[in-house]
Write a protein that binds this ligand. Sequence first.
Ligand code: CUA
Length: 333
Amino acid sequence: MRHFVIVGVLVILVAGLTYIGLDSMGLMPIAASAQAIPIDWMWNWQVVAISFLFSLIIVPMIYSMIVFRRRKGDTTDAEHIEGNTNLEIAWTVLPLFLVLTFAYMGAFSLGEMRRADPNAMIIKVSGQQWTWTFEYPETGVVSSELHLPLNRQVLLMMESKDVIHSFWVPEFRVKQDVVPGRITEYRITPSLVGTYMVRCAEICGTSHAYMESKVIVDDVAIFDAWMVEQAELAAIKTPEGMGKQLVTANGCLGCHSITSVSLATAPTWFGLYGAEVPLADGTTVISDDAYIAESILAPKAKEVAGYSPTIMPAFTLTDEEIANIIAYMKTLK
Ligand code: CUA
């Protein structure tokens, strides 16, 4: 009996210390959505259960190894135990109860996460290798950054243009696959102003690791101002403006930078128009209208040195669209 009391006290003590240790490690990033509350609540109880079960196994094991170790000269056998019905009932019923409790908590949290607000703002999300595009159907605005208003539920209607991707903002907690040929839904109510990052959580090709976009949560007034500004920009129908929209809508900037520094995935567009481009076969080409058009329609025709093999997919765009994109590229210098 004395051993049971000592082990019992030690189990509770070690469980408490394990929980405090795990909790202070900061395993979760900051919570920035209403949906994070039920998830973090459940996660916390999971950590409690994990700490207790860890202690329940480790403490009696180490205690037995030390206290009941074989002494020098002891050649007797241990006591032979045939079975213990009460113990067997206990270790069947208690875990069953624990598992059922967590099943209920999981179902409850899932229900909370899917709770639909009829006033939710719909945003169309498109994933493609290796970029995200966001479209606001109410205003027609297309953006490569996801801007969200604070404390209003948004419903993301997501679809992939090619392979399976996965939409994941760790601070929002919820994650959802984005698949071709089918629309998947993702509800979120941002609860904290800030700039976050959506990253792709499904291996989708060579540049999967770079498939991320900014997610900006703002007060409603700032969000509305951004939306008005974007809608005004979209209304200006200059070739450069339309080219910029095409570039955003087609996700070009997921791989191509527009600053003097290239991303790892593709050459920058900054100062590209008219420049001499070194090719993988050792020759060079002048970056003129014909070369750029060819690079959009058949990217593998002329592989750029340092970016071979070419990972860019071929895009089907009209002559006019390509001319607009080139007009936009000419402004990047
Ligand atoms: Cu898209 Cu990984």
